[in-house]
Design a protein around this ligand. Structure first.
Ligand code: UDP
Length: 329
């Protein structure tokens, strides 16, 4: 019996693979290596290089390895790119997820965990955001993920199949043992960019907008450590295997930090006072979005172990240094 992790060579997926192996699971990764790295997949997991939309390959893999659960991370994740190329996003995220779900149903895989996003809420009316908030994505990226949630809901109603959709807030940090981390080239996420600036990979960084209606004028987000995030998936897997029904849950800590607070934390932890440029607003940014984490705690028994901005930043910085050493080799 094995767990199939799509996108397991990527940032969150590779942390998931380690989490599963740490719990004694057999793991097979399916990744086409378009943004992921083969070196990010531990040797103890099998890596199948291929596309989630290739139903022959997926179904052969499921049958060969006796897959009982799929954890689906593979997909495109850049919001502005989705605005420029909506059909590309609907193909890669929605159409291919449909194929993957169909493969699961055809092969009798009953458990499916899906990496969804807080982007399904768009700009929430209130914070913290519960799962009952209106679903009004503001980008093709968010819509492509919401459409997959809807396909899962309808599939679960029609077949012997249950899913968990986890809506991620701002995932950051790295494996505390530094076995993997965020390695994507040209990453745009705040903590990654600030750590690259602190370690000298960038001469300076931008703050996108300082005139928002927040205490210091910059946007507020809920930053969740990637290790706590993948642990929520592991708990979701156990819950599904125990026969529980489908679930949609936010993954965040329920606490917001502003862009300036994050940059201060990176400066403090790194001991580097790098150059920060106050730039205009970035199109599409919500002012503030913070999770209500109650459902994740009550339904999954989730107990975050790294709910601390300094710790998140410290792990992200250590990974950035490790990555620089790896790239110099
Ligand atoms: N941000 C910034 N400078 C950067 C990257 C991000 O000021 O170089 C801001 C961005 O405008 C947003 C927040 O940091 O308000 C979080 O952005 P990120 O891209 O990390 O995640 P998002 O919330 O967009 O998914």
């Amino acid at each position: 019996m094995a767990v199939l992790v799509t996108g397991g060579a990527g940032y969150i997926g590779s942390h998931m693979v380690w989490e599963l192996l740490d719990h004694g699971e057999e793991v097979v990764v399916l990744d086409r290596l378009s943004t992921g790295f083969d070196w990010a997949v531990p040797e103890a997991a099998e890596l199948v290089v291929g596309d989630i939309g290739d139903q022959t390959l997926v179904e052969e893999t499921i049958r060969r390895r006796g897959v009982d659960a799929i954890i689906h991370f593979a997909g495109s994740i850049i919001v502005p790119e989705s605005v420029a190329d909506p059909l590309g996003y609907y193909f890669n995220n929605t159409v291919k997820s449909r194929a993957l779900i169909e493969s699961a149903v055809c092969c009798g895989v009953k458990h499916f965990i899906f990496s969804s996003t807080a982007a399904v809420y768009g700009t929430p009316r209130t914070n913290p955001v519960t799962e009952e908030e209106l679903l009004q994505p503001e980008s093709p990226y968010g819509t492509s993920k919401l459409m997959t949630e809807i396909m899962l809901r309808d599939t679960a109603a029609a077949h012997d199949f249950a899913y968990t959709a986890l809506r991620y807030f701002n995932v950051s940090g790295a494996d505390p043992k530094l076995r993997t981390g965020q390695s994507t080239k040209g990453a745009t996420h705040l903590i990654k960019v600030a750590c690259e600036t602190a370690t000298g990979k960038r001469p300076s960084m931008d703050v996108f907008g300082t005139d928002y209606p927040t205490p210091d004028g910059t946007c507020v987000r809920d930053y969740i450590h990637v290790s706590d995030l993948v642990n929520a998936h592991y708990l979701a897997l156990r819950r599904l295997r125990s026969g529980a029904g489908s679930l949609v849950a936010n993954c965040g800590y329920g606490r917001g930090y502003s862009v300036l607070e994050v940059i201060d934390a990176v400066k403090r932890v790194s001991g580097k006072d790098f150059n920060v440029v106050e730039s205009g607003r970035r199109p599409g940014d919500a002012v503030a979005i913070v999770a209500s984490a109650e459902r994740c705690v009550s339904e999954l028994g989730w107990r975050p172990a790294h709910d601390d901005l300094q710790e998140i930043v410290s792990h992200a910085l250590r990974w950035e240094e490790a990555l620089a050493r790896r790239n110099r080799l």
